[in-house]
Design a protein around this ligand. Structure first.
Ligand code: NAD
Length: 486
């Protein structure tokens, strides 16, 4: 299928089935992370735009929530079919907007965006009512929509994460307002075009572009918004939680991570090294689940580090549109500066840079946000780079002696999202996994996703779980109806 790329897209909000300009008549520039060129213009929305979108969602609610699960599942399938027909467009827009390699945008972003709609369509179609019989009564548990939902997403996996929220939210009968990251608006716009093309009833899905303060904050605090599903940074999440708490909105927060990859000396190095490289650097390390702290048992430390650094240095970095590129650009100049500051902090704190620096790239990329994958050793396990989220292509490596020490280091951070354990002793793997304070752990793999399982973190990594029936639970109000027999 041929990709369609139109330079400098001037985007619009999508409200009540119409693409409309923001009230401010102002747009922000959207930049290509790889080249620094302007590729689009993003509406700078404000409270009045948000008010209009919330009203549209509220007006659409009575009809949409009156449909059966099967009818709504059919709509999810139609959106999935339409998105699938735009598969190559999704991949190209996402690669252009985020700076990620095209192969990754295809395999991960385009694939999962379609799958999210199909998966939740299937789940909702087969959702069965639960009942609990008593000797003299019966309890029926029913799922009702929560109401109007605010869905706020970050820039690292734009459509992947937006579709992960939109599909279960509307599938359970809610109507929604999407607020994608202002840094990566292009595929949210594409989703609205799909929604428009399939003829989804107007107002069921609305989209407000804009920045966090102008568009995100008034959306979260809006009195007619009943639920907020937020994915983004921990400090933003704290503001969102504060604002949503005032009116007791239903809230799900998927926040930052500082995940440990624990490598035991009995691991299969042939599989472990590529697995840990992938977990450290996928999407330039800009995945909340990335294993950015690598803990290696002392007996295998030197051997692992040698092979690991060698494999990292062999990753092809450069033009995101090349099929064989493995690493692209960072999202913005500000984010690149943040990553560079952390590398400087690591040096100041006594770290040794085993590999890193800047890639040598053709002239067309000179204004992009580029840095080579960086591996740092010899840092204290409590140093800032070892416990704070960098969210870039930077990993720290630490040595441990035994299980107890590995667990202690892994838990030595305010974050608690995910992690991975690499060992051939599965009993030990499971024992250690249970002692790690995170919402998810993989053993001998990473980012191996079954959409039915709970997804989310503890501590500063978030509140609540989404995924499978946990998403259906979050995006609905469960109600018990108890009927007493004569
Ligand atoms: P961010 O918190 O800066 O922005 C996320 C979204 O929130 C954007 O759409 C932004 O415009 C909006 N926003 C900003 N201020 C707001 C406010 N006051 N009220 C409402 N909305 C507001 O995050 P980011 O830089 O886009 O994304 C990177 C972060 O996201 C990292 O910390 C990463 O770990 C996290 N993340 C977490 C998960 C997860 O599932 N746990 C997944 C992906 C990314």
């Amino acid at each position: 299928m041929k990709a369609v790329w139109r330079d400098r897209l001037k985007l619009q909000n999508y409200i009540s089935g119409l693409f409309i300009e923001p009230d401010s008549r102002e747009w922000m520039d959207d930049y290509s992370p790889a080249t620094g060129e302007i590729i689009g213009q993003v509406p700078k929305s404000q409270k009045s735009d948000v008010d209009r979108a919330v009203k549209a969602a509220k007006d659409a609610l009575p009809y949409w929530s009156s449909l059966t699960n099967i009818e709504r599942a059919d709509w999810l399938d139609k959106i999935a079919d339409n998105l699938e027909s735009k598969y190559e467009d999704i991949a190209h827009l996402e690669s252009k907007d985020t700076g990620k390699p095209i192969s990754l945008a295809r395999e991960v972003d385009a694939h999962r965006s379609v799958k999210n709609f199909r998966f939740f369509g299937e789940m909702i179609r087969n959702l069965e009512e639960e009942s609990f019989g008593m000797e003299d009564a019966n309890n029926r548990v029913i799922y009702k929509p929560v109401g109007v939902g605010a869905l706020i997403t970050p820039w690292n996996l734009p459509l992947y994460l937006l579709s992960w929220k939109v599909a279960p939210a509307i599938g359970m009968g809610n109507t929604v307002i999407c607020k994608p990251s202002e840094l990566t608006p292009l595929t949210a716009d594409l989703l609205m075009k799909s929604v428009d093309e399939v003829g989804l009833p107007k107002g069921v899905i609305n989209l407000i572009h804009g920045d966090g303060m102008g568009a995100g904050a008034p959306l979260v605090s809006h009195e007619d918004v009943d639920l907020v599903s937020f994915t983004g940074g921990t400090s933003t999440g704290a503001n969102v939680a504060q604002s949503a708490a005032v009116s007791f909105k239903k809230l799900s927060l998927e926040l930052g991570g500082k995940n440990a990859s624990i490598i035991f000396d009995d691991c299969d190095l042939e599989k472990t090294v590529p697995g840990v490289v992938r977990s450290g650097f996928l999407n330039q390390g800009q995945v909340c689940l990335c294993g950015s702290r690598i803990l290696v048992q002392e007996n295998v430390y030197d051997k692992f580090v040698d092979r690991f650094v060698n494999e990292v240095e062999n990753m092809k970095i450069g033009d995101p549109s090349n099929e064989d590129t493995k690493l692209g650009a960072l999202i913005s100049p500000e984010h690149l500066s943040k990553v560079e500051e952390y590398i400087q902090i690591a040096k100041d704190e006594g770290g040794t840079i085993l590999t890193g620096g800047y890639p040598c790239l053709p002239k067309e990329f000179e204004n992009g946000n580029w840095i080579a994958p960086t591996v740092i050793a010899d840092l204290d396990v409590s140093s800032r780079c070892s416990i704070e989220e960098i969210f870039g292509p930077v990993v720290t490596i630490h040595k441990f002696v035994n299980e107890e020490e590995a667990i202690k280091i892994a838990n030595n951070t305010r974050y608690g999202l995910a992690g991975s354990i690499w060992t051939t002793d599965l009993e030990k793997g499971n024992r250690v996994a249970e002692s790690i304070h995170t919402g998810m752990i993989w053993i001998n793999t990473w980012l191996h996703r079954d959409l039915r399982v709970p997804f989310g973190g503890v501590k500063d990594s978030g509140v609540g779980r989404e995924g499978g029936r946990w998403s259906l639970g979050f995006f609905s109000e469960t109600m018990n109806i108890c009927t007493k027999y004569d």
